[in-house]
Structure formats: structure tokens, C-alpha cells
Design a protein around this ligand. Structure first.
Ligand SMILES: [Zn+2]
Ligand SMILES: [Zn+2]
Length: 240
């Protein structure tokens, strides 16, 4: 199971694909999950042309994407859809059922759309949390790794701890990657989040996007070698 970050506001560092591959940054998040011979794209970032350039730079042709999971309807997560489809991608798209009718209808013109409300299987190797939250509705993704689940979040508006708890559904948690939405949180709130994720048994964290620098520094200190400092181009590999 491999996760490659293809759109992020944080630049390349740990685990980057190699010299000569200059990936671009912009506000937002998107990653490619490769599992059991399938490619799932999670979110599309804000900038479609950049997303497609970054995907190709790491060797992922848009046409090779089987499935697209959209976390929530914010521009920095769904902004790349048009360019992705224009570049030939024809994935089955999993959207929260509460997405605007306009966006759902726009997607349905080109691709199969699965409207998610409760927990929903994505192939036989992943599942979404179903719709979470009250104001900003969001879904997270849990991917089987053979070594616990990897949880992927877009912004985690409903709360990173609750999203991880629901995504894992009692299974061991090998990794949490994505936006933790702690950019406006104070040290006390950040440390409570760190303790709560640790108590859930989270083995590795790779917080990025809207996590914020203060939270990234505190996660790095608390998780030590179980922290991955990631940005666009970072690759996370897990067994199974
Ligand atoms: Zn975001
Ligand atoms: Zn958001």
C-alpha cells in the first residue's frame, strides 16, 4: 500500500520521489492511494493543471485512476475535478450525499457517482467514514494495509480525533495522513489532540495541509520517529 501526495501547500521533503522532479505547491490537498492493484485519488487540490502535472511527474497518468474520493466540497479539495476529467480520468467518484446538486450533476455527466451517507466500501480494500460533521460535512478514508488501517483526511473539519476513531472502527491504526485542521488551534488544544490520537493507538502521523506549523512541530516532538514530515511528492509505504 502506497500513498503519494500530489497536491499540497507544503513543499517536498521527506520521502520525495527523487532529484529532478520539481513538484509544485498550492493551497489544498490531494493524494494517490495505490492498493491491491488499484489507484484511488483522494481529493483534487485547488489547482487542476498543477494536479495533473504533479501526478504525471510521479508517474501516475490520470487515466489510471480507478476511484476518486472527495472529502468535502471546499475549493481546495474539489477545485481540480474539471482538469482531471478533461485529462481523461474516468474514475468512480464517491461524494458525500450532501454535496451541491450542481457538482453532483456535473460529475454524473462524465463518471459514475456514488452518493455516500453512511459508511461505504470503496472496493474491497477501503471504506469511507460516511458523512460526518454538522456544519461542514466531510468524509475520511480508511485503507487496509495488512498492518492496520491508513486513515486519510482532507481538512478534518468534524475533528481529526473523531474522524480517525470512526474511520478505524476498532481496527489498529497504522497511519493518519492529511489535513488535521489545527492551524488556528492553541498549544493546549493541539496537545489534547496529540494525546487523544496516541490513546487511540495511532502508530504514525503525517499531518499536512491545514494542520498548521505549530501543530506540526508539536506532533514531531511528541511522535518522534513515528512522525513523517510530508508535503507534495512525499511517499508513504505500508505493508500489505
Ligand atoms: Zn482544505
Ligand atoms: Zn475544508
Amino acid at each position: 500500500m502506497r500513498i503519494t501526495i500530489v497536491s499540497d501547500n507544503n513543499g517536498q521533503n521527506a520521502g520525495s520521489p527523487g532529484p529532478g522532479q520539481e513538484l509544485e505547491t498550492s493551497w489544498g490537498f490531494s493524494c494517490v492511494v495505490e492498493v491491491s492493484g488499484h489507484r484511488i485519488l483522494f481529493d483534487t487540490g485547488s489547482d487542476g493543471p498543477m494536479l495533473v502535472r504533479n501526478m504525471r511527474a510521479v508517474g501516475v497518468e490520470p487515466e489510471s485512476i480507478d476511484m476518486l474520493v472527495l472529502s468535502h466540497e471546499h475549493w481546495d479539495h474539489v477545485g481540480g475535478i474539471d482538469e482531471l476529467l478533461a485529462s481523461g480520468a474516468r474514475p468512480t467518484v464517491y461524494v458525500p450525499g450532501s454535496f451541491s446538486a450542481g457538482l453532483r450533476e456535473r460529475l454524473a455527466r462524465d463518471v459514475p457517482v456514488v452518493e455516500v451517507t453512511g459508511r461505504t466500501a470503496v472496493g474491497s480494500f477501503a471504506s469511507t467514514t460516511g458523512e460526518m460533521g454538522t456544519e461542514i460535512i466531510e468524509q475520511g478514508l480508511a485503507v487496509e494495509t495488512g498492518d492496520g488501517v491508513a486513515v486519510v483526511t482532507g481538512c478534518a473539519h468534524p475533528g481529526i480525533v473523531e474522524m480517525v476513531r470512526v474511520a478505524a472502527d476498532g481496527r489498529p491504526i497504522a497511519l493518519v495522513v492529511g489535513g488535521f485542521h489545527l492551524k488556528d488551534a492553541d498549544e493546549r488544544a493541539i496537545d489534547q489532540t496529540i494525546s487523544a490520537l496516541d490513546a487511540l493507538g495511532v502508530r504514525r502521523v503525517a499531518p499536512t495541509h491545514c494542520t498548521g506549523e505549530l501543530a506540526r512541530v508539536r506532533f514531531a516532538a511528541a511522535f518522534g520517529d513515528r512522525y513523517s514530515g510530508v508535503g507534495v511528492g512525499s511517499i508513504l509505504e505500508l505493508g500489505g
